[in-house]
Design a protein around this ligand. Sequence first.
Ligand SMILES: C[S@@+](CC[C@H](N)C(=O)[O-])C[C@H]1O[C@@H](n2cnc3c(N)ncnc32)[C@H](O)[C@@H]1O
Length: 171
Amino acid sequence: MSTATLNSKTIQMSDEQFTKLSEIIYTRSGINFQINKKYILESRLGRRLNELKMDGYDEYIMFLTIGPYRDDEFQEMFNRITINETSFFRNVPQLELFERVALPKIIESKGASKRLRFWSAACSSGEEPYTLAMMLHRTLGVRFPDWNIEILGTDISQKVLDVAAKGVYTN
Ligand SMILES: C[S@@+](CC[C@H](N)C(=O)[O-])C[C@H]1O[C@@H](n2cnc3c(N)ncnc32)[C@H](O)[C@@H]1O
């Protein structure tokens, strides 16, 4: 059984606790943790139990499910348990198809309004919507300033959205 550490004590998450927690997480977010990812919840939420000075997951489950809606705690949790891997031009074959095939057709179909709207629905720290902006810029070229373009980025983790909003990257 994998474990997380609370000071010198070890906090174990039973399979039953994992089932309850993963159901709570799924209901609030749609994120589906399978039992083979229990170690992720244990390691990331074990530290949270430490901060909250809780002795075990039963207490945490009660905290999440009894009483107020606990939006702040769920946000804290999502900041910790989401896997935010991303990069500029991350999925090259997919993006090439989008840029060469789909985007010209979309642009052509919107030619009368010159208005484009995109939604990067789980944008992590923003590399995906900025990639989209770069593709739009090079596809439209000199026509770019004539277009009204909106790119919306959303994510369940506020921590990564804060990085996206700054828009400062090291690579
Ligand atoms: C692996 S990243 C992918 C980022 C980006 N789309 C890309 O492909 O580079 C997955 C993102 O989905 C977000 N996510 C997971 N469940 C979500 C939900 N229910 N609503 C919004 N974002 C969610 C996570 O926080 C994470 O940042």
